[in-house]
Design a protein around this ligand. Structure first.
Ligand code: GLU
Length: 479
């Protein structure tokens, strides 16, 4: 039997990190077994439906690097089929019409509450004589849940989970307006789509017992279940916005790479010995549902960051630059031209070795794309004071006189200028040089940066810095 998993999100907004984890596990499992992962939008709640949310899910999945098989299925479009199954269940005596009005149901609950009983529907129409049905009423259809015994779900992650059937009610499968309930739609779709494995959050475990009643009533083969524990924030509460980021889009915007997030989410709920870095290929080889953790895992941003640093180093230069590209504009209102991109590529090894996020990568490489005059940040500005002018002038003179420059020759120039102007202190030269060249105080090796920028560009930047100092009136008065 070939494996068919499914990714069935409800389009409610952005893709939650827990939803991404579910997608990832379904994807890895399907790919491991040469099977399929199907994508179904659970859009039965038309009031809350919005196309943008569907789009976010598609983009989220694509960004994560997870592909799916076949067309995206809309649950809403299958509603006639769901209704038809409800009718079949009615005809086979596995379901029944219930004519209770909302007031009757409320009275029933009130009475049960006052007697300290469960507030389940009391099944008054389950065996009632159909001739007693009120005229012109629009009934709902309820499933006949088992009245006694117990039901066990053999879950691949949670093990065997048993509930007493008394805890299962005769829930509604078709509303009085003819629309199917979520409980029915999921089962019919999973059956019709040939789903063999349902891998989802353990917040759905309770639903599994109810959904199994429908499988049994239709005599359909049940899928294998794996219910994954929730992802918690670092404080142990359900992962939400206040933890910094709850949606996949936010991780993208914080400069994480999809490969790092995949690896992180995989490790968060599953382990393979002490391995922390696990490639997609290894994940496909090693992944197993029974190896998933039973307990909820807490999100650890430091771990994600260290994985991200690893994947930044591993990523090919062109891909990394392409992923970083939107951030230059977003963060610095700069769009690097071809020349700047070539320079970034030339200095990429050093940039990669430093960055833990794409944002850091961009912040530390954007200077290649700047053109004079550019602003200096606060710390750089503080370094560009009158004391720095002789150093900057000397650097400019030495660079101009040089034939060609490389890391070593820039270093030698700095050393000479340090000896001449700064009592041999390299910091007194390197720091103002960095401020003048990059406009900041944080960058990769300034020798390499100068070598890549070339001597003409460096001289222009030094000149601009000297003028900046002059214009601020902080230049030392002669004498
Ligand atoms: N649509 C449900 C959700 O987004 C998933 C249902 C399921 O996996 O069966 O939580």
């Amino acid at each position: 039997m070939s494996v068919v998993t499914r990714f069935p999100p409800s389009p409610t907004g952005f893709m939650h990190i827990g939803t991404a984890r579910t997608a990832l596990f379904n994807w890895i499992y399907a790919r491991k077994h040469g099977g399929k992962m199907l994508f179904r939008i659970e859009d039965t709640d038309r009031k809350r439906h919005n196309e943008e949310a569907v789009d976010n899910l598609i983009k989220g999945l694509e960004w994560l690097g997870l592909d799916w098989d076949g067309n995206i299925v809309s649950q809403h479009e299958q509603r006639m089929r769901h209704a038809q199954v409800a009718k079949e269940l009615l005809e086979s005596g596995k379901a029944y019409y219930c004519y209770c009005t909302p007031e009757e149901l409320e009275d029933m609950r009130e009475k049960a509450r006052s007697e300290g009983k469960t507030t389940f529907y009391d099944r008054r129409w389950r065996d009632a004589d159909p001739s007693t049905a009120p005229r012109d009423a629009s009934p709902v259809i309820r499933i006949k849940a088992p009245l006694s015994g117990a039901t066990t779900v053999q879950d691949q992650v949670q093990g065997d989970v048993t509930v007493n059937n008394e805890q299962l009610d005769d829930f509604i499968i078709l509303r009085s307006d003819g629309s199917p309930t979520y409980m029915l739609s999921v089962v019919v779709d999973d059956h019709d789509m040939g789903v063999t494995h349902v891998i989802r959050g353990d917040d759905h475990l309770n639903n599994t017992f109810r959904q199994n009643i429908i499988y049994d009533a239709m005599n359909w083969q049940k899928p294998t279940y794996a219910h994954l524990p929730l992802i918690l924030g670092p404080d142990g509460a359900k992962m939400s916005k206040r933890h910094g980021a709850a949606s996949v889009e936010e991780y993208r915007d914080m400069g994480y790479l999809p490969a790092a997030l995949r690896n992180y989410l995989l490790r968060l709920g599953w382990s393979h010995g002490d391995d922390e870095i696990i490639s997609d290929e290894q994940a496909r080889q090693w992944f197993d549902l029974t190896g998933c953790n039973k307990a909820a895992a807490r999100f650890d941003f430091d771990k994600l960051e260290s994985l991200n640093a690893h994947y930044i180093k591993e990523t090919q230069a062109d891909e990394l630059i392409e992923r970083a590209l939107p951030f230059y504009k977003q963060r610095h209102s700069i769009e690097p031209d071809t020349k700047a991109l070539a320079m970034i590529k030339q200095g990429i090894a050093e940039l990669q070795s430093r960055a833990t996020t794409l944002l850091q990568f961009v912040d530390e490489s954007v200077f290649y794309a700047k053109t004079v005059p550019f602003p200096y940040d606060e710390k750089a500005s503080a370094l560009l004071n009158a004391d720095a002018t002789p150093v900057l002038l000397a650097l400019q003179k030495e660079l101009q006189a040089a034939d060609q420059i490389d890391d070593q020759s820039v270093k030698a120039i700095c050393k000479a200028v340090a000896d001449q102007e700064a009592g041999g202190k390299m910091g007194k030269v390197g720091m103002p040089l960095r401020a003048a060249i990059t406009g900041t105080t944080v960058s990769p090796s300034i020798f390499e940066a100068c070598a890549i920028l070339g001597k003409d560009e460096c001289c222009m930047r030094l000149q601009a810095a000297i003028e900046h100092i002059e214009n601020n009136g902080t230049i030392k008065q002669a004498g």
